[in-house]
Design a protein around this ligand. Sequence first.
Ligand code: ADP
Ligand code: MG
Length: 290
Amino acid sequence: ATPMSIMVGTGRAAQLGVLFRRGEALQQLRDAGIVAFDKTGTLTEGRPVLTDLIAAEGFGHDEVLALVAAAESRSEHPIATAIVAAAEKAGIALPAVDGFEASPGHGVTATIGGRKVEVGSSRLLAGLDLSPFRTAVERLSSEGKTPVFAAVDGRLAAAIVVADVIKPSSKAVVDALHEMGLKTAMISGDNRRTAQAIAAQLGIDEVQAEVLPADKVEAIKALRAGGRVVGYVGDGINDAPALAEADIGIAVGSGTDAAIESADVVLLGGDLRGVLNAIKVSRATLRNIW
Ligand code: ADP
Ligand code: MG
């Protein structure tokens, strides 16, 4: 494509709310073989709600919710927001938090009234016997809901389940990408069963689940195997390195500054259908149709 047609192409894209931060990205996007998506906040709304709290024997429902919500009140993770909102809605007062530590991709640990409260994935609570919750957790995960676990002083206290809604446009975008001849993938920190359930609902080809924030870059590299050109669409939370690693990094949603800095393409207004517009403009530009 000539510099002139690149200029025209980026102008057309901008009218559609698609900002190309690098002209070369137009060219690379034309050659993309696969588009990978972040799950939470990109394919889903990213505003999960608490649907179930199953207290373990010896623990009261409201007692656990108070401890867990207090611990999560220090975290900005969407799961934390869901848990705190549920406690508020139930009118439960939160005890004071004396110590707090977040483990990205795993969960949180807090000290509350001299007790150690842990909330997070099965990996965070490795060493605890989670089998009392196995049947319920497998069923809810298969519905695409996300289970986390809570422990108090090293004793299993609850399974907590949150559900996030798939964005209305996600399925149509995945279908259209397939019609355009591209493959699709999803990269998620969520557990395998949940991630696979969401991917199946959307018809996504490849799923990488239980990917720690620091390992998203490796996940992108794996998708590039065999010389495939990889687009990655993320909402910015923990996504900046993956956006930078992808051949074409596409930032969607409110977009943190770090994400916008790392992205080649920014979708204004956060509409996922911008991905399709970006590809259409890139194809038209490279065919020099204007
Ligand atoms: P994603 O953005 O796909 O949810 P994360 O890396 O942020 O991925 O989180 C991966 C998993 O780690 C979550 O599904 C959850 O099990 C656990 N986790 C992370 N942060 C928290 C938190 N604040 N509270 C509870 N669980 C958490
Ligand atoms: Mg996300």
